[in-house]
Design a binder for this molecule. Structure first.
Ligand SMILES: [Zn+2]
Length: 275
């Protein structure tokens, strides 16, 4: 699933082709793709609104319209891009929602597995629910992380995946941040030492910032808005490297299940118990 770096890259790639254009009408293949409001109201409200900006919150793409926020969640297989209206649908047979733009182009949401959704509201939180802090913002400090970890008995990997704890981190970057901080993914959050919390704060930010700089990890379905691939997948320490040597110590990377997710770590660099 696209995480913060992948969604951020899509957002950056959509600014130039999208901002300043007006949404003329919407087409969707199934009503279920529209999360809120009811599809008829969604279509009526969208028509004629100009795109004034585009940002990201957690894993949501947030398209700012004159009177509303149009959000897209890519989930597993979603892609969002602007294309010519005559671009053949058979080149992408998973287009589920199309927005006709002034100037003759279309904003297209493609989603093979149909887990993604578009939504419209004048209140972002009505769509996203409560979310944790943005980890790349200045106000996400080590003190804030320490405060939020206090009293949590949940295991650290599960907590990092929880969007109400910290926004935008998913399976890839949680594994990468824990490895860089030398923390075992099954450690109860409340057992992290002060030094480990400081390290984890730094590595969450570093892993995500590296991902943004490399324009995301094109594992499975993720593509940039222009259809190209990111290169973050070439620089991962543990994610997807089961059985391959740890880049630090050479021990084979192991994979276990944590919070229903495949979790990659080095048992030497990330020991289960601190001494
Ligand atoms: Zn190692």
């Amino acid at each position: 699933m696209p995480e913060l770096p992948e969604v951020e890259t899509v957002v950056r790639g959509l600014r130039e082709p999208l901002v300043g254009h007006t949404l003329l009408e919407v087409w969707y293949d199934r009503e279920a793709m529209i999360r809120t409001p009811a599809p008829a109201e969604f279509a009526a409200r969208i028509a004629g609104q100009k795109v004034t900006g585009i940002t990201r919150r957690a894993k949501y793409i947030v398209i700012q319209l004159e009177h509303d926020l149009l959000t897209v969640h890519l989930k597993m297989t979603g892609r969002l891009y602007v294309s010519d209206a005559d671009y053949q649908d058979d080149a992408d047979r998973w287009v589920r929602v199309k927005f006709k733009l002034d100037g003759g182009k279309e904003l297209r949401f493609s989603d093979a597995r149909r887990f993604g959704r578009v939504a419209l509201s004048d209140q972002l939180e009505a769509i996203t629910g409560s979310l944790g802090p943005e980890p790349l913002e200045d106000d996400f400090t080590a003190d804030i992380l320490r405060e939020r970890l206090q009293g949590h008995r949940r295991i650290i990997k599960a907590l990092l995946l929880d969007q109400t704890f910290v926004a935008g981190v998913g399976n890839i970057y949680a594994d990468e941040a824990l490895h860089r901080a030398k923390i075992h993914p099954l450690r109860p959050a409340s057992t992290l030492t002060d030094a480990e919390i400081m390290a984890l704060h730094a590595t969450i930010r570093a892993a995500l910032a590296d991902g943004v700089e490399r324009e995301g990890a094109s594992i499975n379905w993720y593509r940039k808005a222009d259809g190209g691939k990111g290169s973050a997948q070439d620089q991962l320490y543990v994610y997807g490297r089961t059985g391959e040597p740890c880049l630090t110590c050479g021990h084979p990377i192991e994979k276990i299940r944590v919070a229903q997710r495949g979790t990659h770590f080095c048992p030497v660099c990330q020991p289960a118990v601190t001494t």
